[in-house]
Design a protein around this ligand. Structure first.
Ligand code: F6P
Length: 358
C-alpha cells in the first residue's frame, strides 16, 4: 500500500512538535510504503504551495529538538474563506495544492485554530488527521495536549526561582503565565510551584479578595511576600462586564501592557508592599520537550500513522481517559476545553489555602 502524506505544523509552536512529526514519519515508513511531503509554515505553505519531499534522514535527530523543523505561522480560521487584498482564494488554493502534491492524506499538528481549519478542509473533501499540540492544553476531548507538560515544567521552575527573591525582599511577585482563554498552564504551574494566589480567565477575580489574602498572609501568617500566578487572559469581575477588545483597550489607556502590571500596581497602592511583575512569555514555549512530551508526541504521531493505514480520516488523535484514541474532527473543532470550578485540582488548591481571588 502506497500513501503520500503531507504534514504541517500550524499556530504557536511548542516543544514536542518535532517528536510528533518524527513519530508520524517513522511509523508510516514502517507500516506501509510512505512518502512524506513537508509543508512549510503551516497553512501558509499549503496556500502558497511551499512544500518539499522529505527523506527518512530528515527525521533523524529531531526527537529532542524544540520548535518545528517545518516552520509555523498563524493563519486565522476566521479569514480562511475571506478573499483579502492579495485576491487569493485560500481554501481553493489549499485544495489545489493538496491535489498537486498527490496527497492521500494531510496531517495537521496544531491547536484550536488549526483544528477548525483542518475540519474545514475535511468538510471540503480532503483526507485530514489532526494532532493536538499546545502549551494551553485547551483542546476539546483530549485529556492532554503535547507541549503542555514541558511548559508546566518551565513555568514551575520560574515560580520556584521567584520564591527565593520574593522572600529575600519581602515583595509581591506577580508572575504572568501564557494562556489567553484557558488557565490550565497557570493552574498547574501555580499549584506545582506553590503560588499563594492563582488567577484564571475562567474565574474572574475580585481585586479586594486578592488584597485581603496578601494582607492575611502578612498579618496572620507573618509572611511578608506573596506569589501570584496570573494567566495572561485573566480579568477582574468588573472587567468581565466588558468585551475582551474593550477590556484590553481600557487597560492600555491606563498604561498597562497586561493584566499583571495592572494587578501589581493595584496591590502596591492598596497594601503599600513593593510589587514586581515577571513575564516568562515565549520562554514557556522554547527548548527541548520533556521526556513526558517526547513520549506523548511519539505515541500521538505513531497512532496517526495507524489511522492513515486504516484510511480512517477526518479524525484527531487524543488521550481519552488515559488511552490513546481519536475523536472526529467535527466534534472537536470550534470547542475549547476550559478549567471548570468543580475540577478536583481547584478543590485541592483551595483545601491547601490557595486563593483564586473569588
Ligand atoms: O497558543 C499558545 C500561546 O502561547 C498562548 O498561550 C498565547 O496566548 C499565544 O500562543 C501567544 O501567541 P504568539 O506566539 O502569536 O504571540
Amino acid at each position: 500500500m502506497k500513501r503520500r502524506i503531507g504534514i504541517l505544523t500550524s499556530g504557536g509552536d511548542c516543544p514536542g512538535l518535532n517528536a510528533a512529526i518524527r513519530g508520524v514519519a517513522r511509523a508510516s515508513y514502517n507500516l506501509f510504503d510512505a512518502e512524506i511531503i513537508g509543508i512549510a509554515d503551516g497553512y501558509k505553505g499549503l496556500i502558497e504551495g511551499d512544500y518539499k519531499l522529505m527523506k527518512p534522514g530528515d527525521f533523524k535527530g529531531i526527537l529532542t529538538l524544540g520548535g518545528t523543523i517545518l516552520g509555523t505561522s498563524r493563519r486565522p480560521y476566521r479569514n480562511m474563506r475571506v478573499i483579502e487584498e492579495d485576491n487569493i482564494d485560500k481554501v481553493e488554493n489549499m485544495k489545489k495544492n493538496y491535489k498537486k502534491m498527490g496527497l492521500d492524506c494531510l496531517v495537521t499538528l496544531g491547536g484550536n485554530g488549526t483544528h477548525k481549519t483542518a475540519n474545514l478542509l475535511s468538510e471540503e473533501g480532503l483526507n485530514v488527521i489532526g494532532l493536538p499540540k499546545t502549551i494551553d492544553n485547551d483542546i476539546w476531548a483530549t485529556d492532554v495536549t503535547f507541549g503542555f507538560h514541558t511548559a508546566v515544567d518551565i513555568g514551575t521552575d520560574v515560580v520556584d526561582r521567584i520564591h527565593t527573591t520574593a522572600n529575600s525582599h519581602g515583595r509581591i511577585m506577580v508572575i504572568e503565565i501564557m494562556g489567553n482563554k484557558a488557565g490550565w498552564l497557570t493552574l498547574y504551574c501555580g499549584v506545582a510551584g506553590g503560588a499563594d494566589v492563582i488567577l484564571l480567565p475562567e474565574m474572574p477575580y475580585d481585586p479586594e479578595t486578592v488584597v485581603d489574602s496578601i494582607e492575611y498572609r502578612a498579618k496572620t501568617q507573618k509572611r511578608n511576600f506573596t506569589i501570584i500566578a496570573v494567566a495572561e487572559g485573566a480579568f477582574s469581575q468588573e472587567e468581565s462586564k466588558m468585551k475582551r477588545k474593550d477590556r484590553l483597550k481600557a487597560r492600555q489607556e491606563k498604561g498597562y501592557v497586561s493584566v499583571a502590571y495592572q494587578l501589581a500596581d493595584l496591590i502596591e497602592s492598596r497594601t503599600g508592599l513593593e510589587s514586581r511583575v515577571v513575564n516568562p512569555g515565549h520562554y514557556l514555549r522554547g527548548g527541548s520537550p520533556s521526556p513526558y512530551d517526547r513520549i506523548l508526541a511519539t505515541q500521538f504521531g505513531a497512532y496517526a500513522a495507524h489511522l492513515i493505514q486504516e484510511e480512517n480520516y477526518g479524525q484527531t488523535v487524543a488521550m481519552i481517559q488515559g488511552k490513546i484514541g481519536h475523536n472526529p474532527l467535527q466534534e472537536v473543532a470550534g470547542k475549547t476545553k476550559f478549567v471548570t470550578p468543580d475540577l478536583p485540582l481547584i478543590q485541592t488548591a483551595k483545601d491547601i489555602g490557595i486563593s483564586f481571588g473569588v
